[in-house]
Design a protein around this ligand. Structure first.
Ligand code: HEM
Length: 129
């Protein structure tokens, strides 16, 4: 998909199926992560669905998240969960592995990690205990 004639990250990496693959691999790592997993519900089905919609929209694809869940307000939606600097680091580490495992190549890898790092920094709401 092109917007304003500029290729989006979403289309560049391979669209919806690629996002689905990344999300599946990512939550596989989250499940194994002792810092992250206590924050998440036992059943990750809905979480994975929401994240697939969000990342599609975030990287320039159709605005699926907004259509289903309204304005993202991500910081507000994360406030119920204590997100420490180490939770931020672990989240990003899982995402890096997921991108690599799904063969996301440059320049998309760097672009995606940079944008998600900014968002992850914004999600921190609790000092390290
Ligand atoms: C910094 C570390 C982060 C932690 C520990 C974290 C943790 C969580 C948790 C526990 C939930 C609730 C799960 C659920 O409602 O099913 C959640 C939801 C969500 N997270 Fe994160 N998150 C982090 C960063 C991010 C980042 C960087 C993004 C986007 C790039 C993101 C996007 C989302 C989305 C879209 C939802 C679903 C919101 C909703 O519609 O309810 N998160 N996250």
């Amino acid at each position: 998909m092109k917007q304003n004639n500029i290729e989006t990250v979403y289309s560049g990496i391979g669209g919806y199926e690629k996002i689905e693959g990344i999300v599946e691999t990512f939550y596989g790592y989250v499940k194994e992560n002792p810092i992250l997993i206590p924050l998440f519900p036992d059943d990750l089905t809905e979480t994975m669905h929401k994240q697939t919609l969000f990342l599609t929209q975030f990287f320039g694809g159709p605005r699926l998240y907004e259509a289903e869940r309204g304005h993202p307000m991500l910081r507000r939606r994360h406030l119920p969960f204590p997100i420490t600097p180490s939770a931020r680091d672990e989240w990003l580490a899982c995402m890096k592995l997921a991108l690599i495992e799904n063969q996301v190549e440059e320049p998309y890898y760097t672009e995606m990690i940079e944008r998600m790092t900014l968002t992850a920094n914004h999600m921190m709401n609790t000092p390290e205990s």
